[in-house]
Design a protein around this ligand. Structure first.
Ligand SMILES: *Cc1c(COP(=O)(O)O)cnc(C)c1O
Length: 388
């Protein structure tokens, strides 16, 4: 569909095009010098000792869970209000994801109090996700992880450039997993990054992303080695030089992107405050968010499905973040849990995500807000007519 206002639109310019073409001309396409440069630049940006580039955010989460030591018989507490990959990464290791509820219907991050209730003798890790680019209550979560000796992993897919108390998000945990999927704050098409300060873990992560081998192809190309050993059951989670070049060009524009997202978010908050029937989420966020998406809550009694189809009729794309993971068919049958997370279930039923991207124009913004006002008015009129 050709939306007048899409949920998200890419922001690629000549700098990205030139960077990718230069790699093609270089004659070396798989993980090599550009990848190393991207890793160094990313580590410097977030202030971590190591950054390990991988093929996706999901690969970043999977390797983080493996190196955290998760396996059969272990549990990891995770949010249900997240993208399914957060919980899948735990299942890949043989461990069991245990879902914790959402803090509230305006602060959509994981509830630290509910995490505490879910910790058992089998718990080995906590994975938090900075929903929509908004920092979780890391002070409470970190205290819990410390008290129980748990590994802390941040699903940082929404927060490149976000910080809390002067510290970059992704660096609070033992591992921070970023995604550069097409619709994230910065993109490489497909790609991800793991950040950590642990030297030994970093070595293991590098080996696991490339079949558990002791030498990379790039090392052999440079004549550093003729053969190699395989030390672990690894994967091919490598990235490409084209992706790394794109990532470097995008990383240089991260602040520009995030401040454009912030300006639009502030305008949305003001505009939605004047409307009845909808409320912007995160009215009082912690720290410095990365403003990844624009979540809002529709009042009870308003049909989200009708709202979203009326928006679609006006060529404005909206979305839902997220259908709760524990309600998916696969998860219902794999874990046998179908309910028990009241806040998450309420948010899952009433949340609607509005268009947000750095290149959004004034007329696109106005179109979204005017359409919301019109659709909510019409809904109110028809409910009154029915005497509801
Ligand atoms: C996008 C996303 C992922 C997965 O990243 P991919 O790069 O698409 O594998 C994981 N968690 C969250 C919260 C995401 O938004």
């Amino acid at each position: 569909m050709d939306w007048e206002v899409p949920l998200f639109d890419l922001e690629l310019t000549e700098s990205e095009r030139a960077a990718v073409l230069a790699v093609i001309d270089s004659g070396w396409l798989t993980a090599g010098p550009k990848t190393a440069e991207f890793e160094e630049a990313f580590a410097a940006k977030v202030g971590s000792t190591h950054a390990i580039a991988v093929s996706s955010g999901t690969a970043a989460l999977h390797l983080s869970c493996l190196v955290a030591g998760l396996g059969r018989g272990d549990e990891a507490v995770v949010p249900s209000l997240s993208f399914v990959a957060t919980a899948n990464a735990v299942l890949y290791t043989g461990a069991r994801p245990v879902f914790a509820d959402t803090a509230g219907n305006n602060d959509l991050t994981i509830s630290a109090r509910d995490i505490a209730r879910r910790i058992t003798g089998r718990t080995k890790a906590i994975i938090v996700m900075h929903y929509g680019g908004y920092p979780c209550d890391m002070e409470s979560v970190q205290a819990l992880a410390d008290r129980h000796g748990l590994v802390l992993i941040e699903d940082a897919a929404h927060v490149p450039g976000g910080s809390l108390g002067g510290r970059m998000l992704g660096t609070f945990g033992h591992f921070g997993a970023f995604s550069f999927f097409s619709n994230k704050n910065i993109t490489t098409g497909e790609g991800g990054m793991i950040v950590t300060d642990d030297d030994e873990a970093a070595g293991l992560l590098r080996r696991l992303r490339s079949h558990g081998m002791t030498q990379a192809t790039w090392d052999r190309h440079r004549g550093h080695a003729f053969s190699y050993d395989v030390l672990d059951l690894g994967f091919n989670y490598r990235t490409s030089e084209m992706a790394a070049a794109l990532g470097l060009a995008q990383l240089a524009r991260l602040e520009e992107f995030n401040s454009a997202r912030e300006r639009l978010t502030r305008r949305y908050r003001e505009a939605l405050a004047r409307l009845d029937g909808i409320e912007a989420c995160f009215l009082t966020p912690r720290g410095t968010p990365a403003y990844h998406i624009m979540p809002a809550m529709l009042d009870e009694g308003i049909s989200r499905e009708t709202f979203m189809s009326k928006m679609r009729e006006a060529s404005v794309q909206t979305s839902i973040h997220y259908p709760p993971i524990h309600e998916f068919s696969y998860y219902r049958s794999a874990l046998g849990q179908t309910t028990g997370l009241p806040v998450t279930e309420d948010v899952g039923a009433r949340e609607v995500t509005l268009p947000l991207f750095p290149s959004m124009t004034d007329s696109q913004f106005t179109k979204v807000v005017e359409t919301i006002a019109r659709v909510l008015d019409a809904g109110r009129a028809s409910r009154e007519e029915r005497g509801a």
